[in-house]
Design a binder for this molecule. Structure first.
Ligand code: ZN
Length: 272
C-alpha cells in the first residue's frame, strides 16, 4: 500500500510529477499558453517559452517535486535531490526551489502560490535545469551568472505569459542595487560571487534581494552585449573543460576582472 502511494506520488505534503519535455512541438506554444490548472500544466507552460521561444535545451523528462512545508522540503532535498543534510538545512531556510539535474524541487506555500511568483520560481529553477544540461553538471559555471541568467529567463517567461514586463523587472532591479554596498564601494568581488558557497554567504550577509538583482543586471548586461548565444556557449564549454576562468575568457573575450570593471562602469549609470 505504501509502495503504491509512493509510486503515485501521493505521500502527504509531497507530490511527484514527471513532466515530458519532448517533443518540443508538443509543449504549449506561447503566448496563449498559460495554464496553471496543475503543476504539470504550469511547468509545461513555462517550458514552452524556455524551449520554443528562448531556444534553451531541457532534458526529455523533468521530475517535479512539490513540497507543502519547509520541513518536508528540507527532507525532500536530502531524499529526492541527494543534497547533503547541512546544505539542505541551509537551502530550506531561504530557498523556495532548487533546480537539479533533470529535477525541480519546489516549496509550495502561502508566500509563493500567487501565480506570478510561482511561475517566476518554476522558470528560474527550470533555467538551472537547462544550464545543468548545457554544462553536463552542477555548480560548474560562475554562480552569479547562473543565478543572473536564471532570473533573466524567468523575467522573459513572465513577460511572454503576460504576467509582468521585463522593463518593470529591470527597474525594480536597478532600484535594489543602487544603494547596494558592493556597488557603492565599486568592488563586486565576482570571484567570491562565482562559487555556490560564496554566493550563498554573500546573499545571507548582504541581502538576498539586492544580491540576486545584481546578478540579474550583470547577466542582463552580458546578454545584451554578447547575446543569449554567448552565455549558452559559455555554459556549454563546461561539458568539455572545467576551467572556470579560462572558459569565461574564451566565451566573453575578457578576464573576469576586466568584466567586473566594465560592469561597474555600467552600474554607475544607475547611481543617485
Ligand atoms: Zn537560482
Amino acid at each position: 500500500m505504501l509502495a503504491a502511494l509512493t509510486a503515485a506520488g501521493c505521500a502527504p505534503g509531497r507530490t511527484v510529477v514527471p513532466v515530458r519535455m519532448q517533443p518540443a512541438a508538443a509543449l504549449a506554444a506561447p503566448p496563449a499558453a498559460l495554464d496553471l490548472s496543475s503543476h504539470e500544466a504550469t511547468v509545461r507552460s513555462v517550458a514552452g517559452v524556455i524551449v520554443r521561444d528562448l531556444g534553451l535545451p531541457l532534458p526529455d523528462t523533468v521530475t517535479v517535486y512539490v513540497y507543502s512545508s519547509r520541513s518536508i522540503f528540507e527532507q525532500g532535498l536530502v531524499d529526492d535531490g541527494h543534497v547533503s543534510r547541512i546544505r539542505a538545512a541551509e537551502l530550506s531556510d531561504f530557498a523556495a526551489g532548487v533546480g537539479k539535474r533533470r529535477q525541480l524541487l519546489l516549496l509550495h506555500h502561502e508566500a509563493n502560490v500567487a501565480s506570478a511568483e510561482w511561475v517566476r520560481l518554476v522558470a528560474h529553477e527550470l533555467a538551472h535545469v537547462s544550464q545543468i544540461e548545457l554544462a553536463e553538471g552542477e555548480g560548474r559555471a560562475e554562480q552569479w551568472l547562473a543565478e543572473g541568467m536564471a532570473e533573466w529567463v524567468a523575467f522573459r517567461v513572465l513577460e511572454r505569459l503576460r504576467l509582468d514586463t521585463v522593463v518593470r523587472r529591470r527597474l525594480v532591479a536597478v532600484e535594489a542595487v543602487r544603494d547596494h554596498e558592493p556597488v557603492m564601494a565599486r568592488r563586486l568581488d565576482l570571484a567570491t560571487l562565482g562559487t555556490p558557497r560564496g554566493f550563498t554567504v554573500r546573499h545571507l550577509r548582504e541581502g538576498s534581494q539586492p544580491t540576486y538583482q545584481l546578478a540579474y543586471l550583470l547577466a542582463d548586461y552580458l546578454i545584451a552585449r554578447d547575446g543569449l548565444d554567448g552565455v549558452v556557449g559559455y555554459f556549454r564549454s563546461f561539458a568539455t573543460r572545467g576551467d572556470r576562468r579560462g572558459n569565461f575568457a574564451a566565451a566573453f573575450g575578457q578576464s573576469l576582472e576586466d568584466f567586473e570593471q566594465e560592469a561597474l562602469a555600467h552600474l554607475a549609470k544607475f547611481a543617485h
